[in-house]
Design a protein around this ligand. Structure first.
Ligand code: GLP
Length: 241
């Protein structure tokens, strides 16, 4: 793992964007793995600046998101489909038809998960996967105890994750209990992975992921086995290393 510690989240975003652009520019049919959450937003803004400056061509980019809530309509602004549209597809000028998000509304969720795996494979696999990290060490929605061999599947959200994500929901509104997420095996198939974390609240999870034992109790620790994993942190997120 290569660990890069930046002064602040803005610098981390710009460093990440440069890395991503370099990988995407090396291939004719680039495939980008995108994540939701607040952490990658500076990276998406920095990528949009590269596009606007003519330094990154996104016309042939295909994108796959990591996860989605089950039962959340795609036009609900809390859905990851809508979040990706607002934060990635539109600012980076991607073709909406080339941006894929797992279907949390599918009548047959199991078949939908298999179809998602097939779509990633048919696109040639992910060239570079952007990841945030949950306070409990999750990546995507692979909660502690997730199998390292897991593929896209239905998962129950951990109580801590539901608590962390409560901020997106109104008082008294029920936070979703289930999600569809790429598995750890799916994520590990990406040719490059870039884990981002900002702020003191992530410091413990980052230390466990980077320096702790490789354990399904900290799903992000599996990235220690990835041949091209880069971790980009601000100083606060790196404070327990
Ligand atoms: C959610 C997402 C993850 C994300 C995590 C951290 O649970 N499923 O992909 O990494 O939140 O979010 P944030 O970046 O807002 O801290």
């Amino acid at each position: 793992m290569e660990v890069i510690i930046c002064q602040d989240a803005g610098e981390a975003g710009r460093r990440a964007a440069r890395r991503i652009a370099a990988v995407l520019s090396r291939t004719d049919e680039p495939v980008l793995g995108v994540a939701t959450g607040s952490t990658p937003l500076p990276t998406y803004r920095a990528l949009a600046e590269l596009v606007d400056a003519g330094d990154l061509d996104t016309s042939r980019v295909t994108a796959f998101a990591l996860d989605e809530y089950v039962g959340m309509p795609v036009d609900d602004e809390r859905s990851y489909a809508d979040t990706i549209r607002r934060t990635v597809t539109e600012p980076l000028g991607l073709d909406p038809a080339s941006v894929h998000v797992p279907d949390g509304m599918a009548e047959n969720l199991v078949a939908g998960c298999q179809a998602y795996e097939d779509a990633i494979r048919e696109a040639g696999g992910v060239d570079v996967q952007i990841l945030g990290i949950g306070g409990n060490g999750h990546i995507g929605f692979n909660e502690p105890t997730s199998s390292f061999a897991s593929r896209t599947r239905l998962k129950t959200l951990a109580p801590r994750t539901r608590q962390d994500n409560k901020r997106y929901f109104a008082e008294g509104e029920r936070v979703p209990t289930h999600c569809v997420t790429q598995g750890l095996g799916t994520i590990m198939d990406a040719r490059h992975v870039l884990l981002l974390a900002n702020g003191e609240k992530k410091a413990e999870a980052v230390a466990a992921a980077v320096e702790g034992p490789v354990s399904s109790m900290c799903p992000a620790s599996v990235l220690q086995h990835h041949p091209h994993a880069v971790v980009i942190l601000d100083e606060a997120a790196a404070s327990r290393l």
